[in-house]
Design a protein. Structure first.
Length: 75
């Protein structure tokens, strides 16, 4: 997985989170440019942490417990 994959994943995650946070700000009724900038900052920071942890797990080859073949559903 190259840099393009991780960059596109970051942009997708931050874009979706920004939309969610912006909708929350608009639903409160008092939206200023500072609120929008705050939503942008939080979306970029949270997405960096989320994608950074995914990248770290990918580089360390740590398997996801819910995705692992070792975890089999009960029959």
């Amino acid at each position: 997985m190259g840099a393009g994959f991780w960059i596109s994943r970051y942009l997708l995650a931050s874009g979706i989170l920004f939309i969610i946070l912006t909708v929350v700000e608009y639903s409160k009724g008092t939206t200023s440019s500072a609120d929008i900038l705050s939503a942008l900052a939080w979306s970029l920071i949270a997405s960096a942490i989320f994608i950074g942890s995914k990248y770290w797990r990918f580089r360390k080859a740590i398997a996801c417990a819910s995705c692992s073949d070792a975890v089999k559903p009960r029959q």
